[in-house]
Design a protein around this ligand. Structure first.
Ligand SMILES: Cc1ncc(C[n+]2csc(CCOP(=O)(O)OP(=O)(O)O)c2C)c(N)n1
Ligand SMILES: [Mg+2]
Length: 413
């Protein structure tokens, strides 16, 4: 036997107890990436899928052509919403640990994705989010109390108790329902964008998946349709390095960047520092302009790090070093923006603490209000008889039977 073939099993660079090792991450210095015109040919910007668009440098200074030159108000808006996202997540985590909701997922360390991209889009654009885009729901007008009531499956739950906690939607905010089946939002977004193009609208669709979800067939189908029909869509891959306990290499990130996934189809890809609010905002605005001007889809890879556990159901200490987040070279998006604002002279530690207090109070008030509509242990409760409504336009026969049976049992008691 002289067979040299070997099955390659990707392994993360560090497991629990080992020193975190991010040497696999290609980093470009802030300000280095060029910014092409929005009608550039894909073949002329292939390098942007390999490099990393960064604006904020390690000394918290904004640099280069992708700097959106935010004024103090815009910087504060970005900081406020990212902080709200984090404080909300921290509170919901505790609430789950107290046994008052059954499940939760945080976006810790990834807040710049939802907030910067939310800021770069227009209200008429349609968003197809993943479960880590709660910041986007907040930014697009969903009240905290309504998000909490969804997690409580109580009488004010927007899903009327039919969904897992965190599966929000917002019709008025143009944010599609979160799906538990990974990646389904990608073809939905592309289909919506194709319809917008057929109707001659200038709205675009935007979707998000994680690094792990790029291994789903839906991801690839969606890319093909988007490229073939030049759909006005932004397809985001949030590369937070982990997919529950498997690292990004398991989904195919070892040899080429996720941003390069569309190149074979002629779709441009841009790899961006996902923890840099300014860079994410500007890259998203560029892709939105390109789509609105008939340039078709763009794939954006947002390089970030999942600072917390995957969800309330797992323990990352079992599969990655405890101090990995602290060693992540792109840091924490909130801390970086805060330091940038302090360096500019329009922010301070005292103002920051004041803002945290204000947002904590807002979250506490929302939680008080949410509980009035019922918790897992206290009423009021949803009427079980309504659980068959609003699922199918035409109720299937088997559900009719089940509903009748339930009413008989209830009536008999
Ligand atoms: C089709 C499908 N397969 C598997 C799962 C179970 N699952 C839920 S989240 C997840 C990991 C996804 O990781 P990634 O796409 O990187 O997103 P992240 O959680 O890091 O944001 C898996 C395997 C699922 N929900 N749907
Ligand atoms: Mg991931």
């Amino acid at each position: 036997m002289n067979n040299k073939s070997r099955l390659h099993i990707p392994h993360p660079t560090a497991r629990p107890g080992e020193k975190p090792d991010f040497s696999y991450l290609d980093l470009s210095p802030a300000g280095h990436a060029d910014k092409p015109a929005v009608d550039v040919r894909t073949r002329d910007i292939e390098h942007l899928s390999r490099g990393l668009v960064r604006v904020l440098d390690d000394d918290h200074e904004a640099k280069g052509p992708w700097n959106p030159n935010f004024d103090a108000g815009q910087l504060q808006t970005g900081l406020r919403w990212m902080l709200l996202n984090r404080i909300f997540d921290e509170r919901m985590w505790k609430i789950q640990r107290q046994g008052r909701i059954s499940f939760y997922m945080q976006a810790t360390g990834e807040e710049a994705v939802s907030i910067a991209q939310g800021m770069a889009l227009r209200p008429g654009d349609m968003c197809f989010p993943s479960y880590r885009n709660q910041g986007l729901f907040m930014y697009r007008g969903v009240k905290l109390v309504d998000m909490m009531c969804q997690c409580l499956s109580n009488t004010r739950d927007m899903c009327q108790g039919r969904q897992l906690p965190i599966m929000y939607h917002s019709k008025s905010g143009n944010v599609f329902s979160i799906s538990g089946n990974l990646g389904t939002q990608y073809p939905h977004a592309v289909g919506w964008a194709m319809a917008a193009a057929i109707k001659g609208e200038d709205h675009i669709a935007v979707s998000w998946v994680g690094d792990g979800s790029t291994a789903e067939a839906d991801f690839h189908h969606a890319l093909t349709f988007a490229a073939v029909y030049q759909a006005p869509v932004i397809l985001n891959v949030v590369n937070n390095q982990w997919a529950i306990s498997t690292f990004q290499g398991t989904a195919g990130g070892e040899r080429r960047s996720f941003a390069a996934r569309g190149l074979g189809l002629g779709m441009p890809g841009i790899r961006v520092d996902g923890n840099d609010l300014l860079a994410v905002y500007d890259v998203t605005s560029w892709a939105a302009d390109r789509a609105r001007n008939g340039g078709g889809p763009t794939l954006i890879e947002l390089v970030t790090y999942r600072g917390g556990p995957h969800s309330t159901s797992d323990d990352p200490a079992k599969y990655r070093p405890k101090d990995e987040w602290a060693s992540f070279p792109l840091g924490d998006p909130i801390e970086r923006l805060k330091q940038h604002m302090i360096a500019l002279g329009n922010w301070s530690d005292a103002k920051h603490e004041g803002l945290i207090d204000e947002l904590e109070t807002q979250v506490t008030a929302a939680w008080k209000e949410a509980q009035q509509h019922g918790t897992m242990t206290e009423g009021p409760r949803l009427d079980p008889a309504t659980m068959f409504d609003d699922v199918y336009a035409d109720k299937p026969h088997n559900l009719e039977l089940q509903q009748r049976r339930m009413l008989e049992i209830e009536g008999g008691e």
